[in-house]
Ligand binder design. Structure first.
Ligand code: SAH
Length: 465
């Protein structure tokens, strides 16, 4: 007898990591990943509610499971993540009576408990899996055991270091759904990084809603600078090549963090600091706690301290009351700063938030769309310009996978590079690549001295490796 699971993951990197944790727990119980979701015995939707569109998508997926549950009542349906939130989701339970298990963000255990309580079949499976784990000596309670399809294959992984968020940005639902800020202990984080490295991972990204507040809730505890140094030193010993972290809030970015990034060779020069807007009045109503001028100074400070750094930002267009001149402020700021990546979003009122309760959503959908496109267009030009500067240079690329016959990897600045090389499996290697073509979203490279490109029939397929 065997049992399998399938997880749909929506939303942010934290959700990707949470789904992985759930998969890990299910595999410890002896379940395996189902290639075909229709065949799975356990079906889970890991949800996002940061915008209405994400919530709608999650709800659509959940409702698509209802006929399956009705036809096969033995199947287990679970809903996880921010739609559930950290409090008992009574209204959701009423609305979705066909769902068996609700899991808060980063909390996979209710599913484990539910399956165990379901009786014999799952219990027998779990007992067998436990004895197998004992035999294989992978019974390390706090380290994360990757699901088997990822073990040895996954090159980059996410490690949560701060759960929740205690800020009060007026537009944001996350603090209501992920709870208060809680830092994980250094020991737990390092153990996880080590175990990921032993399972083949070469790059870890440390995650937090405001990752630069790491440790602030631990009296006399380490800060993010300290954590980065420890993860760097301990991770590298186990084969970790690259370390990144996100997301930073502009007000908590210290020189110590920046200097640590500049100093340590395996910390990648990439800083994600969302601006959200470039107009002071909008920033004030968002309750972000800085002005446009302060944000500009921060970018200068980051660039002065970290050589060849890539800076990413998030922008919301169409925040309540955002006028055309206020939007222009944001656009001008982005054109001046020429950042490496802009994650763009159209404002979406979210239940419970201050903006949804007190500020009318008065920018029309068409206008939000127009502002979105205007920034998107401007940023594509900026990206193209930044990438074009790399033409003819050499850059180390961490190879993640084979895609369309080419190796796909990333530069230290997290830009995507494709190159061809039929000599061997390059996954997980850091390869020096010469950039021979650039566009706004990716670059093409070749191995230095490799001359002409290989002909298509020389290109290897992953399955042949
Ligand atoms: N912790 C990060 C934000 C993480 S949420 C910070 O401090 O900035 C991810 C992104 O979703 C946000 O940066 C924001 O750009 C977007 N977002 C959050 N709430 C939103 C809303 N109500 N409407 C549209 N976009 C939103």
């Amino acid at each position: 007898m065997s049992k399998s699971y399938h997880i749909w993951t929506l939303g942010c990197q934290m959700n990707v990591s949470d789904s992985q944790r759930l998969a890990s727990e299910l595999e410890k119980m002896g379940l395996s990943a189902a290639e075909d979701p229709e065949q799975a015995d356990v079906l889970v939707v890991n949800t996002c509610v940061v915008r209405q569109s994400a919530e709608d998508k999650g709800m659509g997926r959940i409702y698509s499971l209802r006929p399956i549950k009705e036809k096969y009542p033995d199947k287990v349906v679970g809903v996880m993540g921010c739609m559930v939130g950290v409090r008992d989701p009574l209204p959701l339970r009423k609305k979705l009576p066909f769902v068996d298990v609700f899991m808060s963000p980063s909390e996979p255990l209710p599913m484990v408990d539910f399956l165990r309580s379901k009786g014999d079949e799952y219990e027998a499976l779990a007992a067998e899996a436990e004895s197998r784990a004992m035999r294989d000596a992978i019974q390390d309670e706090d380290a994360l055991v990757l699901p088997s399809h990822e073990r040895g294959n996954l090159i980059t992984a996410h490690v949560p270091v701060v759960y929740g968020c205690s800020h009060a940005c007026t537009f944001c639902i996350i603090p209501f759904r992920r709870g208060v800020e809680r830092s994980r202990s250094v020991g737990e984080i390092v153990a996880e990084v080590r175990s990921l490295a032993r399972q083949g991972v070469r790059e870890v990204t440390l995650l937090g809603q405001i990752v630069d507040r790491y440790g602030k809730d631990i009296p006399d505890g380490p800060d993010l600078g300290d954590l980065l140094r420890i993860v760097h030193d301990e991770g590298v010993k186990e084969g970790i090549q690259r370390i990144r972290f996100l997301t930073s809030h502009p007000n908590w970015m210290t020189d110590k963090i920046l200097d640590t990034v500049a100093e340590l060779p395996h910390l990648m020069p990439q800083i994600e600091v969302p601006a959200q807007a470039g107009d002071d009045e909008v920033l004030r109503r968002m309750k972000r706690g800085y002005t446009q001028e302060q944000y500009r100074q921060l970018i200068e400070r980051i660039r002065a301290r970290v050589p060849d750094v890539a800076i990413h930002t998030d922008i919301i267009v169409g925040f309540p009351g955002e006028t055309e001149p206020q939007f222009e402020q944001t656009l001008t700021m982005l054109k001046d700063l020429k950042l490496d990546k802009v994650h763009l979003a159209k404002y979406s009122p979210r239940p419970q938030t201050v903006s949804a309760r007190t500020m009318p959503d008065d920018v029309s959908d068409e206008e939000k769309e127009r502002r979105f496109r205007e920034i998107d267009r401007a940023q594509a030009e900026i990206n193209a310009e930044i990438n074009a500067r790399r033409l003819g240079t050499q850059t180390p690329v961490l190879v993640e996978e084979l895609q369309g016959g080419k190796w796909r990897g990333r530069t230290p600045q997290n830009k995507i590079v494709f190159f061809e090389d039929a000599s061997r499996d390059r996954r997980g290697e850091v390869v020096d690549v010469e950039i021979i073509w650039t566009g706004p979203w990716s670059m093409q490279g070749r191995l230095p001295g490799s001359g002409d490109q290989p002909k298509p029939n020389e290109i290897i397929q992953l399955s042949a490796l």
